[in-house]
Design a protein around this ligand. Structure first.
Ligand code: PLP
Length: 448
C-alpha cells in the first residue's frame, strides 16, 4: 500500500463499497486521465471500459471540453438560478428542447441523477393535485428498476441490495414484473416478441389508475440491474396505457441518454415522447454534476398562475443550473454535432459485437451476450442450459474485475454481468484490448 492509499483509508468512506474489502484491495489512486485511459500515481494505466460509472463520453481531459470549461471559468462559475439566469443555461436548454423527443419543451435543472428523479416524482404528484385528481398519489414501476439512491428514488427502484433495509422509510410503489428477455417467461426470443410481458404492468396500472400519478421506467436498458435490454415495443405499449389513464410517462434516461443506445435518447427507438425525461450522467460528458427534467407545456401550465394561488413548483438545489456544468454540456452537444458522433458510434458498436462474437464463441460460462448501441454485456451463468446464476456469495464478477484491473482494464461488473460501456472515443485497438482482457480475465478466474 502506498502512502496515498494509507491516507485514503484513514479519511475516506467510498461509495458502493464494503470498506473492509479495501484491506487487501486498496483504492487505486488516479493521478490523471487522457482519452479512454486513466493513470494511477505509480504510472500504471487502466482502460476505462465503464466510462467512469457511465458518465464519460469523449474521454478524460478532452481538449474541447477543457477549453469550454476554462473559458467559462474566466467569466462566471455559478450564480443563483432563481430570478437570475446565464447564457450557458439558456443555450443548453434551447438545444436540449431542439433534440429531445417531440413535445418536451420546458427544462427544469437539478444537479445529479437522483435529484432529477426526485424532482420528476414531486412534479408529477403536484401536477395531479393541481389538476383535479388528488387521489393520484402513488407511482408504478417495474421489477429490477434503478432510479438512484435518495429515498424517493429508492422507493421507485427495486434492487434489494440497495433498498431492502430502508423499506420502512420508503413510500409505497405499485410494482409490476418487468421484461426479462434472457429468461423470458413467455418463451419468446428478442426477435419474436410483442412484449407479451407488458401484461403485468398493464394489469397493475389499470387496476390502480385512479391512484397512480406516474409510471417511471428506464427506457430500453435497465442498466443497474445488469444491462437488461428489452424491446422498444414495450415502451410503445406503456405510452398508450399512460395516455389512456392520465398517468405520466416518466422516462429515466439518466444512463441511456446522450447516444448510449445508438440514438440520442432511448425513447426514440420506440418513436414515443414521455411526459418527463430525466437526464444526467453523460450530459456533461463526465465532467461535472448536472441533471435536467425535460417536460411538456401541459405539465408546466399546471403550475403557472398568480402567486397567491400558491401553485408554483418550489423545488431547488443550491447548485441548480451551475454555469460551468451548463457550458460543458453545451460543448458536449456541439461535439455530437460536429463530429457526427452517433454515426461513428454505429461503427464502433459493430466492432464491439464482432470482437465479442469472435472471442467468446461458445464460451462455457457466458449465458448471453447482449448489446444495445454502446452498451454490451456478458451474463455469466453457472449452467448455460438452465441459465442458473452463480451464487452471489461467490462474487464471481468481483473476482474477474480484480483480475482485469491487474491487466489494465477497468471492467467494474454488476453482480455476474461483465459489461462494456466505453467512452465514445475508443479506437479499434482499445476495443480489442477491452474484449480480450475480459476474456482472459474470465478464463483465468475459471482456470480455463
Ligand atoms: C445513475 C442513475 C441514477 C442516479 O443518478 P445519480 O447521479 O447517481 O444520483 C438514476 N437512474 C438511472 C437509470 C441511473 O443509471
Amino acid at each position: 500500500m502506498n502512502s496515498y492509499q494509507q491516507k485514503d483509508l484513514q479519511y475516506i468512506w467510498h461509495p458502493c463499497s464494503q470498506m473492509k474489502d479495501y484491506e487487501d484491495f486498496p483504492p487505486i489512486v488516479i493521478e490523471r486521465g487522457k482519452g479512454a485511459y486513466l493513470y494511477d500515481v505509480d504510472g500504471k494505466s487502466y482502460l476505462d471500459a465503464v466510462s467512469s460509472w457511465w458518465v464519460n463520453l469523449f474521454g478524460h481531459a478532452n481538449d474541447r471540453i477543457n477549453r469550454a470549461l476554462s473559458e467559462q471559468a474566466q467569466k462566471l462559475e455559478h450564480v443563483i438560478f432563481a430570478n437570475f439566469s446565464h447564457v450557458p443555461a439558456i443555450d443548453l436548454a434551447e438545444e436540449i428542447v431542439r433534440i429531445a423527443p417531440e413535445g418536451l419543451s420546458k427544462v427544469f435543472f437539478a444537479d445529479n441523477g437522483s435529484s432529477a428523479v426526485e424532482a420528476a416524482l414531486k412534479m408529477s404528484f403536484h401536477y395531479h393535485q393541481q389538476t383535479g385528481h388528488p387521489g393520484k398519489t402513488k407511482f408504478a414501476a417495474i421489477t429490477d428498476a434503478y432510479h438512484g439512491e435518495t429515498l424517493g428514488a429508492l422507493s421507485v427502484g427495486d434492487i434489494d441490495l440497495y433498498s431492502k433495509i430502508y423499506k420502512p422509510l420508503m413510500m409505497n410503489t405499485f410494482r409490476a414484473a418487468g421484461p426479462d428477455c434472457y429468461r423470458c417467461p413467455y418463451g419468446k426470443s428478442r426477435e419474436m416478441c410483442a412484449a407479451e410481458c407488458f401484461d403485468s404492468l398493464e394489469r397493475v396500472v389499470t387496476e390502480h389508475a385512479d391512484e397512480i400519478c406516474g409510471v417511471i421506467i428506464e427506457p430500453l436498458v435497465q442498466c443497474a440491474a445488469g444491462m437488461k435490454i428489452y424491446p422498444p415495443v414495450y415502451l410503445k405499449k406503456l405510452r398508450r396505457l399512460c395516455t389512456k389513464h392520465n398517468i405520466h410517462f416518466i422516462a429515466d434516461e439518466i444512463a441511456v441518454g446522450f447516444g448510449r443506445t445508438g440514438k440520442m435518447f432511448a425513447c426514440e427507438h420506440a418513436g414515443i415522447s414521455p411526459d418527463m425525461m430525466c437526464v444526467s450522467k453523460g450530459i456533461t460528458a463526465g465532467y461535472l454534476p448536472l441533471s435536467l427534467v425535460v417536460t411538456t407545456d401541459a405539465i408546466f401550465s399546471a403550475f403557472y398562475a398568480d402567486y397567491a394561488e400558491l401553485k408554483a413548483f418550489l423545488h431547488s438545489h443550491s447548485y441548480t443550473g451551475n454555469a460551468l456544468a451548463c457550458a460543458v454540456a453545451r460543448e458536449s452537444l456541439r461535439i455530437f454535432h460536429d463530429e457526427d458522433v452517433l454515426a461513428r458510434n454505429e461503427i464502433k458498436a459493430r466492432m464491439i459485437s464482432e470482437k465479442v462474437a469472435t472471442l467468446f464463441n461458445a464460451h462455457p460460462y457466458v449465458g448471453e451476450y447482449r448489446q444495445q448501441g454502446m452498451i454490451g454485456a456478458l451474463e455469466l451463468v453457472a449452467d448455460k442450459k438452465t441459465k442458473a446464476a452463480f451464487d452471489w456469495q461467490k462474487r464471481v464478477g468481483y473476482g474477474i474485475y480484480r483480475i482485469a484491473l491487474e491487466k489494465g482494464v477497468l471492467l467494474r461488473p454488476l453482480g455476474n454481468v461483465i459489461y462494456f460501456m466505453p467512452p465514445y472515443i475508443v479506437e479499434e485497438e482499445d476495443i480489442e484490448k477491452m474484449v480480450s482482457v475480459a476474456l482472459a480475465s474470465i478464463n483465468q478466474y475459471f482456470k480455463l
